[in-house]
Design a protein around this ligand. Structure first.
Ligand code: SAM
Length: 372
């Protein structure tokens, strides 16, 4: 059976890549996104897919009924729910397309069997999420929620995200789905890592296969032995290639103490956001290219110097601190090596669209759990 997919908020096609990675037979009936840059990347990689350059607010239930999707995937804008943002939730205009889709789903004559949604940590306590859950319940869906980060899968990159997996009138129990995830995570999910939604009143229903299910599940952490070092994800290029990615002096001087600095052997890096390479604080890690001992020596010396001291910037330059390249960010997000970018796009644009995207590996594991 070929699963018919409607990929909403498709961006650069992270969900498409994840579906490819599942090995499950599928066809994207339509991908929809309003962003022209993201759409160029999507078309560059998936020229045979019907990509609609549309505002999702203009999609009608009749149109979606005509597509008869078995699965709707969506990662709606996360700015209304981020910790750094104003958290305007349903009052933020950027939540409107999600609310619109909820209404559309209610109105559909042919309900899709599966719905998959991704968003940031923070969404799980939002009113938008309450609306999502109440819509799904009233339409007869069972669902399950997860908070997961790629580091739990041995990938050296943090990206804590909320996931909701919903099935239409299926009898799968919460317990079965959790057991399957345990297998795919290759680690044990402890009972205390499963966070029940006490305030939703769903916790008492969790073990019943006939009722809606609401649970946030965190996989147990993999041990350091199972983690892959960053070197595995780095581009193997001559020094000259990375010149463009070296931190400029003003960043070195302004921010030496607030950067998250990693090296090739690190088992961790910070979440790359769309401001990476442009804003410094909290947008992602930077990497140095010297030995650990050299790094410590320079760092100690610099911390004793005044930042206006003429030696400071020269010392910091010795570390060869640089940004991860867009390809390396894509690698950490587990985009396949075949995935590429139109050559005319600028670095800043690539960081923006990648920062908005998803971790393909984590989503693939969850899609397998949902669809198999
Ligand atoms: C979090 S990103 C999703 C990225 C995607 N999953 C990927 O792999 O790149 C949200 C996407 O929603 C799109 N979007 C936001 N509002 C929209 C609207 N009203 N209509 C269509 N697309 C919209 C943005 O352009 C952005 O690409």
């Amino acid at each position: 059976m070929v699963i018919r997919v409607l990929e909403l908020f498709s961006g650069i096609g992270g969900m498409h890549c994840s579906l490819n990675a599942t090995g499950i037979s599928f066809k994207i009936e339509a991908a929809v996104d309003i962003n022209t840059t993201a759409n160029q990347v999507y078309m560059h990689n998936f020229p045979d897919t019907t990509l609609l350059q549309r505002n999702i607010l203009s999609l009608s239930s009749k149109e979606i009924d005509n597509l008869k999707p078995d699965l709707i995937t969506m990662s709606p804008p996360c700015q209304p729910f981020t910790r750094q943002g104003l958290k305007q939730d349903c009052e933020d205009v950027r939540t409107q397309p999600l609310l619109h889709i909820l209404q559309v789903i209610s109105d559909l004559e042919y309900k899709p069997y599966y719905i998959f949604l991704e968003n940031v940590k923070g969404f799980e306590t939002s009113r938008a999420k309450e609306k999502l859950v109440s819509t799904l319940q009233s339409c007869g869906y069972k669902f399950k929620e997860f908070l997961l980060t790629p580091t739990q899968f041995g990938i050296p990159n943090s990206r804590l995200r909320y996931y909701l997996l919903a099935k239409f009138r299926f009898g799968t129990s919460c317990v079965n789905m959790t057991q399957e995830l345990t297998t795919s995570l290759r680690c044990e999910i402890k009972k205390e890592d499963m966070l029940f939604f006490k305030n939703s009143g769903l916790d008492s229903e969790i073990d019943s296969s006939n009722t809606a299910e609401g649970v946030v599940c965190r996989g147990g952490n993999t041990t350091d032995d199972e983690k892959t070092p960053l070197s595995f994800y780095l581009e193997n290029k001559p020094d000259l290639y990375f010149q463009d990615y070296l931190l400029p002096d003003k960043v070195l001087l302004k921010f030496p103490m607030i950067l998250d600095i990693v090296d090739r052997r690190s088992l961790q890096s910070c979440c790359f956001t769309k401001g990476y390479g442009h804003y410094v604080q909290g947008t992602g890690s930077v990497i140095h290219a010297v030995s650990h001992d050299k790094f410590i020596e320079v760092y100690k010396t610099v911390s004793l110097l005044n930042k206006e001291h003429p030696q400071t910037v020269e010392l910091l330059k010795q570390l060869k601190l640089r940004y991860f390249t867009p390809r390396e960010v894509a690698n950490l997000l587990h985009f396949p090596s075949m995935f590429s970018f139109p050559s005319h796009l600028k670095k800043k644009q690539l960081y923006q669209i990648l920062g908005n995207s998803i971790n393909v590996y984590v989503v693939c594991e969850l899609l397998k759990l949902l669809l198999q």
